[in-house]
Design a protein. Structure first.
Length: 85
């Protein structure tokens, strides 16, 4: 799997733009929280940024890239299992 990642910082949110060969373009938002903040605070902040960027929550994907490739039949699991040997 080949992936190119570009990183932007919007406030305290890391915005990862990934171009994944065989899959397309993806965006990941990573809100950096203070120790005293809850995960819920980060989720609210990420959702607000998604709204500003025009991202519909229905576009969210929770699967890993390798899982998405496997669903398309674009990954060789033999290579993956041999990698751990």
């Amino acid at each position: 799997m080949s992936k190119h990642r570009t990183l932007f910082l919007i406030g305290r949110t890391r915005v990862h733009i990934d171009i994944v060969e065989g899959l397309g373009q993806f965006m990941e938002l990573e809100v950096v929280l203070a120790d005293c903040e809850s995960a819920d605070a980060g989720i609210l902040e990420a959702r607000a940024l998604m709204e500003q960027l025009g991202i519909d929550p229905r576009q969210l994907i929770e699967s890993a890239y390798v899982d998405l490739l496997a669903q398309q039949g674009n990954v060789d699991f033999t290579l993956i299992s041999n990698y751990s040997e």
